[in-house]
Design a protein around this ligand. Sequence first.
Ligand code: ADP
Ligand code: MG
Length: 311
Amino acid sequence: MGLSEFDLIQRFFTRPALHSSINRLTVGDDAAIMQIPEGQELVITVDTMVCGVHFFPDVDAESLGHKLLAVNLSDLAAMGAKPVAATLALTLPKVDADWLAGFAKGWWHLADQFGVDLIGGDTTAGPLTLSLQLMGLVKKETALKRSGARPGDGIYVTGTLGDAGLGLKILQNQWLANKGAVLDRFHQPWPRVKEGMSLIGIASACIDLSDGLASDLRHILEQSQVGARVDLDGLPVSEAVFDYMAKTGDAHLPLSAGEDYELCFTVPEQWRQKIPIPCTRIGVIESEPGLRMCKNGITQALEVKGYEHFS
Ligand code: ADP
Ligand code: MG
């Protein structure tokens, strides 16, 4: 294709800043400069996606551009932060202009929805690896964290659980029905940024669901030093996941499957009526450590785990 490193940055990844008062110096200099507005704090996250580990080598480039940004937006959503800027580190086996055009299209489409500027990055040759650092702002000392859950708080989730996991099963030919909707949930998750921001001052703890409810809720429990009881029969599932569970008897999918990128949060009882977003109450925080699940009125300790690297 004959595109040099600098041509490709110029062509696909350079745009005027939307937030020029915050992102004062962007792509094209040795480093970017951000100015944090008075009374706000910078919230930073980074996520890497490795070909063959986080995505299939033949996946659509546009979906990948979307998903790389979406998973980072989801982390900011969990903190209640407003996204403002990103840096992008691309490691590419070769310069494929069609692939880059697709990737950039998916990336910018989502960036425009959430007002994210791309303020810098790095481009190197090597095995396909995509890394995005995302920065957001939150009013000082108001960010949502994992550590604030207290006994008696209700536990809630947005959306439905297990759809992305079912999408993955379909891609791996382990399940053949209900393709459409759940495949989109797997390829193009929609981060709950506005929902996260609206929970500030209401949620006592919050996390985004990347590894599966059982695994991610445990992080809230550990950091808050509490336990929980979850009502397995009350988990919100789509028709497709309901159908899968009914036909296979695999009741654990919505607990164990990752990549839904919904929010799981806790709310003290006195704020229950003030929750400003559609969500489902799935359980309650208890003082006794551990995660217990309730099914058909029977409570038992929960053994299900989510996805972990190195295990
Ligand atoms: P340096 O060698 O000084 O680190 P580079 O030559 O790597 O800078 O990058 C030149 C400019 O392009 C920098 O502003 C850098 O932030 C930006 N940049 C490089 N790669 C990307 C990318 N993939 N996306 C966005 N900006 C990038
Ligand atoms: Mg330099």
